[in-house]
Write a protein that binds this ligand. Sequence first.
Ligand SMILES: [Zn+2]
Ligand SMILES: [Zn+2]
Length: 256
Amino acid sequence: MLFDTHAHLNAMQYSEDVEEVIQRAQHEGVSYIVVVGFDRPTIARAIDLAEQHDFIYAAVGWHPVDAIDMTDEDLHMIEQLAAHPKVVALGEMGLDYYWDKSPKDVQKEVFRKQIALAKKVKLPIIIHNREATADILTILQEENAQEVGGIMHCFTGSFEVAKQCIEMNFYISFGGPVTFKNAKKPKEVAKEIPLEHLLIETDCPYLTPHPFRGKRNEPSYVKYVAEAIAELKGISFEEVAWKTCENAKKLFGINR
Ligand SMILES: [Zn+2]
Ligand SMILES: [Zn+2]
C-alpha cells in the first residue's frame, strides 16, 4: 500500500504511454496517486485522469514559475474545480526563486491569493519551494495557512525548517532526493522527523530516485523513496508504506 502524493502524469512526457505507467504503478503496490496540475492544460488533464481512474485524485493550482500568466479567470476556474469530488487539494503553489520568469512580487501575490482561496474552499495546499524558504514561511504565517495545512512537497530543507512547517500543520513530503547518496539534509530530516508527519511522492517525471536517477520518473518508483526512509529510520518498508498512506488519506479526506 503506497501513496504517491505528487505526480505529474498530466505532463507531456506521458502522452504516449500513460495507461501503461498507471498499470505498472498498480502492479507495484501504489494504491493512490494525486496528479498535480499547475497551469491550464495540466489542470484539465489532472481532472481527466482522476475521472478515468478510481485510485487517482487531482490537485489544482498555479505554479509560481508561471505566476505572471495567472488571470482572475484562472483563479475562478480553480475555485470551481475545488468542488469536484476528486479534487483533494489546491496546488501546487508557492515561490520559486531559481527561475526568473515571474517577478518575486507577482509570485507572492499569486501565492497569497491561492492560500486565501484554499481557506475559502477548505482544502489543504501543496507547497512548491525553491530557494525561497524564508519568504514561504513568512507568507504561510501571515496568511494563517495553518487553518488548512497541507504538504511541503519534495522537501530538501533543514530539520529546523521542517519543525516550523509541522507546527503550522504541514506534512513533510520526500521524493527522489532522499535516495541520493549525496543528499545529506533530506536524509537527516527523514531520519529525525517522526513518521506521523511524513509523506512520500515521486514528483514524476522529474527527480527520479536511485537506482533510476537520470531516467524518466514514474509513480511505481515511489517504493524506492519508502525504502530509503525505512532504512534511515531502521524500521520496515511496510510500516513506512502503511503510515505515509494513512497520513495522506487523512490529509486529503480519502475514505476508501
Ligand atoms: Zn514542485
Ligand atoms: Zn510538482
